[in-house]
Design a binder for this molecule. Structure first.
Ligand code: ANZ
Ligand code: ZN
Length: 866
């Protein structure tokens, strides 16, 4: 007997696959393709359990699709630009290039050790000139189409990182990387006009049924399509007009004040020189220090000041005061709103605080309410609304917009929350934006034939005083491509989300020197399955959909929605231990029997009881498990199997030491089973009716396992239950052969030895996507020809699935009146005879005639009587 030595087995098969180029793929229009994609990792230098999980899921699908005969593209690459490399340079004086390349090398080794079947020949990395050259090319093509533009804007600024942040990187008013409070700053920056596609990006979501509803909902909210009206209010004693955006024009007769954002462009002109000016400007000054996200949170305190001016409501000519307040967002709608405190909670809170009038104009249907106490925010019947009184809200919204359009003071408006994508970063380690600034010619694109604009190497990176690129004279000085006069290079680099927005196109054609992607893209696209974390639902996954539209417009790849099916995998969680005094505790800082009983843990420094909970694995919480340790101790297959078995892919996966031990024992048991029963000559398949009951039961189990595992992988993506089904098969094969010493002792009668051989072979094939190393070894041990990973996926046979008896429900006129156990092969006459004889059925047939019989074989018989 040979022992299962995971070190030998892992290495042996990894070498075999790579020597045979078995994971590489070549476009071949004569074959059906499958594009299995996982989100590309940031090369931090070490993989974590989250990676193991994500990539194990993808690998199962890729391997299984190959066995199904598909031409599978399963690539990997590196999201290798970005802050950490630069921070490492600042902290440890290393060069980002060397640091990044070393990290990639280390992680590539780890991925190989896990046996992931990647097409390594197609590897891409964002920081390599042969990749970012095409990021620059795409940027210039967008510029040609007015999809990229430069604009001066108040941007989120992180003092600590000395960089501009996208809105989404400054959620809750803090920098997503370092947590520093974000401030606003006016700056020239580059934007991508993603809003051009806002409508299409929302409406197309309805057809994307291969995506989780949760992700689609998040994107709908993120893009935030609101249908409403633009209405212009005139400022009294002035010729200034203030447009407002409202989704509730039906409430406009209840507007008791108008509110501007502190940054509103008309504000200064309206109050300058008035007695209120001082107070208003002071107020705006204090608000400018607080960023929008912080200011407009539901819970944030609402404040404001009266501007001293009034505006005229165009519907009724009423004069209402004009305020400035913090809860109005400068870059949403028109940066101004009509306040209707009776019907909007925010406005209500504000009106209460400043003693402004609250006027009800919508009456709830068949109920009463007191709008002085609380806003009524629903639809209802209009009151005190002039000619519109009596209409219901919905109708009124339409007739009132029509009225505004006819009179010329307003119109229908669709408003999006989505903003154009600011891609400028004042950072070194990113794709240089290929632009030259010339005093004479202005903004000049770098000619396409001059690409790439190469990022200079070996800079001094101190982390202080803005962009290191701007300080690099040899980079900045250039002559203008148009007039040849001295000019300056753009020193902003691109947001790394640009790099990761299109990388999966490059995989299709990674060596193309003419285009970012050629004709091959049309063969491989769309991506059949894309796996990644829910944290990317809004940004990355919206950007990829934007890029697909751009690619289509550029005539490169003719696919609008780039991803057919998306799986957002859950987190990997484990216990964390937090002391109120000493923070998260590392293992050596915990005392008590915490390994067995987490809840009993105490802090070894202060002996306090600690807060114990399941949290996402993270280094800062000291609750990570090192994949390298698992690979050393258990090998690739156990590590993969546990990552897949512990939970359904989209749910959180709870780490458990016992769980991984269990998987290890399962694989050893599987090996011993195969090893013990392998070696006999292939037994012939007997006729079905010659099968003994045991052989029949075994074969039923085998074929039912094929059915379950296939559906679990291909349809449900429930890889945990697929593993469970394989485990059951091993148990049954083991139980059936418990008394049998070796293959020679397998009895042939009744098809037993054939059933066992079929079971073992099937087991090996089904296990292949999950534990490919051990399964390959087992395949060889069974004396089978060829590499396991190149075998065909097994098919189940319907006739072998049949159980001996089935439960048939009996109905009379559609009502259930009983049930009976019958042989599966029972004929309709037999079923009918048995049904009539059922004790619960006979009374309902008395004195009636059976007009019709509906027989659903194996399930149900319905007697229609009258
Ligand atoms: C009057 C009104 C009455 C409103 C009412 C709501 C309820 P969504 O659905 O998110 O698009 N609004 C408009 N511009 C704003 C800005 N720059 N900052 C903050 N709020 C703004 O929200 C649209 C509503 O948000 C608009 O409809 C407006 O308030 C407010 F009973 O107008 B509403
Ligand atoms: Zn010039």
């Amino acid at each position: 007997m040979k022992k299962y030595d995971h070190h030998l087995v892992d290495e042996r098969w990894q070498q075999h696959w790579s020597e045979g180029r078995m994971d590489e793929a070549d476009a071949d229009p004569s074959r059906p393709k499958y594009y299995c994609l996982e989100m590309l990792p940031y090369p931090s230098g070490r993989i974590h359990m989250g990676h193991v999980r994500n990539y194990s899921i993808g690998d199962v699908v890729a391997r299984q699709q190959r066995m199904q005969g598909k031409n599978v593209l399963h690539p990997i690459g590196w999201d290798s630009f970005g802050l950490p490399a630069e921070n490492a340079a600042i902290d440890h004086g290393v060069q980002p290039m060397g640091w990044t390349e070393e990290n990639i090398e280390r992680m590539r080794k780890q991925f190989r050790r896990l046996g992931f079947s990647y097409a390594w020949e197609r590897e891409v990395a964002a920081h390599r000139p042969d990749y970012y050259r095409w990021s620059q090319w795409l940027f210039l093509k967008m510029l040609e189409r007015d999809l990229a533009y430069r604009s001066r804007r108040a941007v989120n600024w992180c003092e600590r990182c000395a960089t501009v942040l996208a809105n989404e990187q400054a959620e809750n008013g803090t920098c997503w990387r370092c947590g520093t409070t974000v401030t606003l700053r006016e700056m020239d920056a580059w934007f991508l006009r993603i809003t051009r596609y806002a409508d299409d990006l929302v409406s197309s979501l309805d057809t994307m049924d291969g995506w989780p509803e949760r992700v689609r909902t998040m994107q709908r909210n993120w893009i935030g399509r609101s249908v409403g009206a633009d209405v212009r209010f005139c400022v009294a004693e002035s010729d200034v007009e203030i447009p407002i955006f409202t989704t509730r024009v039906d409430t406009i007769f209840g507007c008791t004040f108008l509110v501007l954002a502190p940054e509103h462009p008309e504000l200064r002109g309206l109050v300058d020189g008035t007695p209120q000016a001082r107070e208003v400007f002071d107020y705006c000054e204090t608000q400018a220090h607080r960023n929008t996200a912080e200011r407009t949170q539901e819970t944030a305190e609402k404040s404001g000041v009266f501007t001293g001016r009034h505006v005229i409501n165009p519907y009724n000519g009423e004069r209402v005061p004009l305020w400035v307040a913090n809860f109005v967002v400068a870059d949403y709608g028109s940066g101004a709103l009509m306040a209707v405190p009776a019907h909007d909670s925010r406005d209500h809170e504000f009106a209460k605080r400043y003693g402004l009038p609250i006027v009800q104009v919508v009456q709830p249907e068949g109920a009463s309410c007191d709008v002085q106490k609380e806003a009524f925010v629903g639809d209802g019947k209009l009151v005190h609304s002039g000619e519109f009184s009596g209409e219901d809200s919905k109708t009124a919204r339409e007739s009132m917009v029509r009225h505004a359009t006819d009179k010329g003071f307003g119109s229908r408006k669709v408003q999006y929350r989505l903003r154009d994508w600011g891609i400028s970063r004042q950072r070194y380690w990113g794709t240089p934006i290929p632009i030259i600034h010339c005093d004479g010619c202005g903004v000049v694109p770098v000619p396409l034939e001059d690409l790439p604009v190469v990022l200079p190497r070996d800079l001094k990176i101190s982390g202080k005083g803005g962009s290191p690129l701007a300080a690099q004279e040899s980079f900045v000085r250039v002559s203008c491509p148009r007039c040849r006069q001295p000019a300056r290079r753009e020193t902003d680099t691109m947001d790394t989300f640009f790099d990761s927005g299109w990388y999966y196109y490059r995989y299709c054609d990674p060596k193309n020197t003419e285009l970012p992607v050629g004709e091959e893209g049309n063969y491989w696209f769309p991506v059949d399955l894309y796996i990644g974390g829910i944290e990317h639902a809004n940004l990355h996954l919206i950007y990829t959909r934007f890029f697909a539209r751009v690619m289509q417009e550029l005539g490169l790849v003719d696919v609008k929605e780039p991803v057919l099916r998306h799986l957002s995998q859950g987190m990997v969680v484990d216990w964390s231990y937090r002391c109120s005094e000493h923070g998260y505790l590392a293992e050596e800082q915990r005392s008590g029997d915490w390994r067995k009983q987490p809840a009993s843990a105490r802090c070894s420094q202060c002996d306090r009881a600690v807060e114990v909970k399941k949290e996402k694995m993270s280094k800062s919480k000291f609750n990570t498990v090192d994949p390298d340790y698992l690979l050393d101790r258990y090998g690739a297959d156990t590590t993969r199997l546990f990552a897949l078995f512990a939970a359904p892919p989209e749910k959180a996966m709870d780490w458990s030491d016992a769980g991984i031990e269990g998987c290890y024992r399962f694989l050893q048991r599987t090996w011993r089973l195969v090893d013990r029963l392998a070696g006999a000559a292939a037994a012939a398949e007997p006729a079905l009716d010659a099968l003994s009951p045991e052989a029949r039961a075994l074969r039923r189990k085998t074929h039912d396992t094929i059915r379950r595992v296939t559906i679990d992988i291909e349809e449900r993506l429930h890889l945990n239950t697929a593993v469970a089904a394989i485990m059951e098969l091993v148990n049954d094969l083991q139980a059936a052969t418990a008394e049998i010493a070796d293959a020679a002792a397998l009895p042939e009668e009744g098809g037993f030895s054939h059933a066992i051989q079929e079971g073992l072979e099937t087991l090996t094939l089904l296990l292949c996507p999950f534990a490919p190393h051990l399964a390959s070894e087992a395949w060889e041990r069974l004396g089978k020809e060829g590499s396991l990973v190149q075998q065909s996926w097994p098919h189940y046979r319907e006739e072998l699935l049949a159980t001996e008896t089935v439960t048939v429900v009996v109905q009379v006129n559609g009502k259930r009146r009983g049930s009976m156990e019958l042989p599966l092969q029972a004929s309709e006459e037999e079923v009918l005879a048995q049904a009539r004889a059922q004790p619960g059925v006979a009374p309902h047939l008395q004195g009636k005639t059976v007009r019709r019989v509906v027989n659903v074989p194996g399930k149900l018989i319905n007697l229609v009587v009258s």
